[in-house]
Write a protein that binds this ligand. Structure first.
Ligand code: NI
Length: 184
C-alpha cells in the first residue's frame, strides 16, 4: 500500500465537482486501499479522492479508532448523494487538507445517503450523530465544498490569515502534503 500526499487548501482539485465512478476495476480497488492507508497514517477519520489529487467520486471513512465508535464499520462511499436530512447540530470540524484549523460547523444531525458498493449496487443508509457528520463532510469534498465554506462570518474573519498562508503553500503537517504552487 502507498501513502499518498494530501492536497491542501487553495488547490483547484479540492474545488471541482468529482466525476462519478463508472465501473469498479483494479485501479479503484487499489485507490480505496491506498486511501484507507493514507488516512490511517495521517490519523484521519475520513478522506475523499480529491484529497489525493483525483477528481473522482470516492470517499472512505473509518471512525473506529475513536473509543466511543470502535464498533462502527469503515465505509467506502462510491458516487454518494445525500437524499434527505433532518435536524441541526453544531460541532467542531477539521480537515487533513486544512492542517491545524478547526471551527464549528452546523450540519444536519441525520442523513439518508445513497451510494454504490464494490458491485456497483445501490446502497441506502441512514446515519446519525458523528458518523453522519463525517459522511457529510466527505460528500461535500466530492462536490468541491470544504468545511470552511460553512463556518460563521466571524470564524472566517479569524481564520483568514491562516487560510491564506496555506493557499500560499506555507503549511506543514506530520503527513506528506501536496503544496499549492500556483500564484495566489
Ligand atoms: Ni476534509
Amino acid at each position: 500500500m502507498k501513502q499518498l500526499p494530501i492536497t491542501t487548501y487553495g488547490m483547484d482539485v479540492l474545488r471541482k465537482k468529482t466525476v462519478p465512478v463508472k465501473d469498479i476495476d483494479n485501479s479503484i480497488i487499489s485507490l480505496v486501499r491506498n486511501m484507507f492507508y493514507t488516512m490511517d497514517k495521517a490519523s484521519g477519520i475520513g478522506l475523499a479522492a480529491p484529497q489525493v489529487n483525483l477528481s473522482l467520486s470516492v470517499a472512505v471513512i473509518d471512525i473506529s479508532g475513536i473509543d466511543e465508535y470502535k464498533n462502527q464499520k469503515p465505509l467506502v462511499l462510491i458516487n454518494p448523494t445525500v437524499i434527505e436530512t433532518h435536524g441541526k447540530v453544531t460541532m467542531e470540524e477539521g480537515c487533513l487538507s486544512i492542517p491545524d484549523i478547526r471551527a464549528d460547523v452546523e450540519r444536519p444531525d441525520e442523513v439518508h445517503i445513497r451510494y454504490h458498493d464494490f458491485d456497483m449496487n445501490e446502497v441506502d443508509i441512514e446515519l446519525s450523530g458523528f458518523i453522519a457528520r463525517v459522511a457529510q463532510h466527505e460528500i461535500d469534498h466530492l462536490n468541491g465544498r470544504l468545511f470552511v465554506d460553512l463556518i460563521s462570518d466571524e470564524s472566517k474573519k479569524e481564520l483568514k490569515k491562516e487560510l491564506l498562508l496555506i493557499k500560499k503553500g506555507i503549511v506543514e503537517a506530520d503527513y506528506p502534503l501536496l503544496i499549492n504552487t500556483e500564484k495566489v
